[in-house]
Design a protein around this ligand. Structure first.
Ligand code: ADP
Length: 218
């Protein structure tokens, strides 16, 4: 479904978010105070404007309040990032995702109502460290502090075994949500489905249980 997004701050992070949303076929209004940044994004957005997004009159005149989703990718200028987040929440944007430079910036953005906060280098560092230490972990999504969805490589040990043989729900409290075999994805696999080395499984569970499964079961 086509959605409408506003992306504010078009440097490395915001620029990349904007280009990708546009590539995916969405309507994207791109805003930056810097003319060079705006010119560079013209072909990768629906509309790109040079404007100071920390000013209420500017945001209102651009109709930003009508957007369902806003991404604030202003990092260095913390005052602007805070003002912009505050104003967007005030004018009624439902989903405001904001980029934070550090833990203190994150704290302030949380307090003023940002719906999601991204600290790109910090978040990516954690993701890479988890992938590195595991060796088997491809991707993961945190559902809450305790629960996650992990994408894991199927090892030789599990090859040619069915989900029933493995009994991972009883042994580890984890649920296999999907099996990826090459390009084929089997969603909600049955107990009779067989795993093969090189497949990928998508597993949901408590973080400690998944870790146990990864270390002992895989
Ligand atoms: P990155 O880490 O992604 O490179 P920066 O924090 O360096 O991000 O860049 C933030 C971007 O936000 C810059 O392009 C800057 O011109 C823009 N910006 C800063 N203040 C405002 C503002 N008040 N209104 C609109 N854009 C702004």
């Amino acid at each position: 479904m086509k959605k409408e997004f506003v992306v504010i701050g078009l440097a490395r992070f915001g620029g990349s978010v904007c280009k990708e949303l546009h590539r995916l076929g969405h309507e994207v209004l791109a805003i930056d105070i810097d003319e060079t940044k705006v010119n560079a994004i013209l072909n990768h957005s629906t509309k790109a404007v040079i404007a100071d997004a920390s000013r209420e009159d500017v945001l209102k005149s651009l109709g930003v309040g009508n957007f369902d989703y806003a991404v604030i990718a202003i990092g260095d200028n913390i005052h602007s990032s805070i003002m912009c987040t505050l104003l967007l929440k005030e004018i009624g944007v439902k989903n405001v995702w904001a980029k934070a430079q550090d833990a203190n910036h994150r704290k302030v953005l949380t307090k003023i109502g940002a719906d999601r906060i991204i600290q790109p280098e910090h978040d990516m560092g954690i993701r890479v460290a988890n992938q590195l230490q595991s060796g088997k972990l491809q991707e993961y999504i945190e559902l809450s502090e305790d629960y996650s969805i992990f994408e894991l490589d199927v090892s030789k040990k599990l090859s040619n075994k069915t989900i029933k043989d493995l009994d991972i729900r009883a042994k580890y409290g984890c649920t296999i949500l999907a099996i990826k075999h090459g390009k084929k994805v089997s969603i909600s696999p049955s107990a009779e489905d067989t795993l093969y080395e090189g497949d990928m499984i998508v597993v949901m569970g408590n973080n400690n249980d998944i870790k146990r499964f990864e270390e002992k079961g895989l």
